[in-house]
Design a binder for this molecule. Structure first.
Ligand SMILES: Cc1ncc(C[n+]2csc(CCOP(=O)(O)OP(=O)(O)O)c2C)c(N)n1
Ligand SMILES: [Mg+2]
Length: 343
C-alpha cells in the first residue's frame, strides 16, 4: 500500500506551498480585523496551526471526493483550488465573493471544487458529511467524503448518531477530528470546567467498531498516512474511520466586528493570558508546523533557500491580490437581499 514515503519532491513542495497559502490568506484576514475593524462583518475563525493537518489530509483525496469541514473553514477550499480572490471577497461581504457576499466566513461553499458548504452549528458538518456519504453510496459515485470537525463537536449528539449510521451502512466517509486543544475559550483539559470525556478522543471509534487512531497533526506526512489508509478503506466499501489529528490553535477563537481585535483577540498581542497560557502558546509557536516542514524539506535536499523564497514571494503576492480584488468589489445591491434565500 502506498504511503508518504512514495511522495516525490514535487508533491511535497506542493504540500508546503498549500500550507503557506492557507497561512498567508488568514494573515490578511487577521490584519483586516486589527487594522480596519468593521471592514469584515460577521464572525471569522482562523485555522492557524491546522495547516499541516488540512494539507496532509487533502493530499490523499481523489479529484471528485467531497470535503466538508465545520465553520473554521478557510484552509480547505484554498487547497481544493477555489479562488482566494473570491474567498476574500466573500469574507468582506462583496458581490464578487464565492457566495456573492451572502455567506461570509462561516458559510463558504464552492460546489465546482467539491466543497458543498459549511455550517456554524457545532457538529453539523458531521451529519451533513454523513448524508453526503450516503448519497455517494446510493448513487455509486465512487466518492469518499472527507469530514472535519473539532474536539468540542464530539460532545454533540450529531457525532454519535452520524458515526453510528455510517458504521452500520459502511458509508464512504473519513472523519477527521481536529483536536486543537480548545473549544472556543475553554481548554480541553481545563480542570475546573471538566466537560469532555475520553482520552484519546479517537477511542470513541471503538463504540462503533470502526478504526480509530490519533496522529500528530503538526506533521503533514503522519496525517497523510492515516487519512490515506482510511480513504482507501472507505473507497473499498469497508466503511468509515475516525482519525484524531492533534495540533494547537495558534489564534484566538474568532474575530467579529463587536469583539475588540487587540489585545484580547490575538495571542501575539499579549492576549495569551486571557484564556490560554503564555507558556503553552510559546511552545506551540516554536513548533509551528510550517517552518518545521520547510526545514525538513531543506534537510532532505528537496527545497533550496532560493526556491523557498520564491514560493513565499509568490504566495504573498497572490494573497495581496486577493485583498485588492475584494476591496474593489462592490457590496451586493440592497434589492438582492432576499435572493438565494430558500427558507
Ligand atoms: C450547536 C452549537 N452550540 C454552541 C455553539 C457555540 N460555539 C461556537 S464555537 C464552539 C466551540 C467549538 O469547539 P470545537 O468543536 O473544538 O471547534 P474549534 O472551534 O476548536 O474548531 C461553541 C460551543 C455553536 N456554534 N453551535
Ligand atoms: Mg477545538
Amino acid at each position: 500500500m502506498p504511503t508518504s514515503d512514495d511522495l516525490g519532491s514535487d508533491r511535497l513542495i506542493w504540500m508546503y506551498t498549500q500550507m503557506l497559502r492557507i497561512r498567508e490568506f488568514e494573515e490578511r484576514v487577521k490584519r483586516t480585523f486589527l487594522e480596519h475593524p468593521g471592514a469584515m462583518r460577521g464572525h471569522t475563525h482562523l485555522g492557524d496551526g491546522a495547516e499541516a493537518s488540512i494539507v496532509g489530509a487533502l493530499a490523499t483525496r481523489h479529484e471528485t471526493d467531497l470535503v466538508m469541514p465545520s465553520y473554521r473553514c478557510h484552509g480547505y477550499p484554498i487547497v481544493l483550488g477555489s479562488s482566494p480572490c473570491k474567498m476574500m471577497a466573500e469574507l468582506y461581504g462583496r458581490s464578487d465573493g464565492l457566495c456573492r457576499g451572502f455567506g461570509g466566513s462561516m458559510h463558504l461553499a464552492d460546489p465546482a471544487h467539491h466543497f458543498p458548504g459549511t455550517s456554524g452549528i457545532i457538529g453539523q458538518s458531521i451529519a451533513h458529511a454523513t448524508g453526503a456519504a450516503l448519497t455517494a453510496q446510493v448513487k455509486n459515485t465512487g466518492q469518499v467524503v472527507y469530514c472535519f470537525f473539532g474536539d468540542g463537536s464530539t460532545k454533540q449528539g450529531a457525532f454519535f448518531e452520524s458515526l453510528n449510521m455510517a458504521a452500520v451502512w459502511k458509508l464512504p466517509v473519513v472523519y477527521v477530528l481536529e483536536n486543537n486543544e480548545y473549544q472556543a475559550y475553554t481548554h480541553i483539559s481545563l480542570e475546573d470546567a471538566n466537560h469532555l470525556a475520553g482520552d484519546p478522543l479517537s477511542k470513541k471509534a471503538a463504540a462503533f467498531s470502526i478504526p480509530g487512531i490519533t496522529v500528530d497533526g503538526t506533521d503533514p506526512l503522519q496525517v497523510y498516512d492515516a487519512v490515506l489508509a482510511a480513504a482507501d478503506r472507505a473507497r473499498a466499501g469497508a466503511g468509515p474511520s475516525l482519525i484524531e489529528s492533534k495540533f494547537y490553535r495558534l489564534s484566538a477563537h474568532g474575530n467579529a466586528i463587536n469583539v475588540p481585535p487587540a489585545p484580547t483577540q490575538f495571542p501575539e498581542h499579549e492576549a495569551v493570558g486571557v484564556y490560554g497560557k503564555k507558556s503553552e502558546y510559546r511552545q506551540a509557536q516554536a513548533a509551528d508546523p510550517i517552518p518545521r516542514f520547510r526545514d525538513e524539506l531543506m534537510r532532505k535536499g528537496m527545497l533550496a533557500d532560493a526556491e523557498a523564497q520564491r514560493i513565499a514571494d509568490t504566495v504573498r503576492c497572490e494573497m495581496d491580490d486577493a485583498v485588492q480584488f475584494a476591496l474593489a468589489s462592490p457590496p451586493p445591491a440592497p434589492e438582492e437581499a432576499t435572493n438565494y434565500v430558500y427558507a
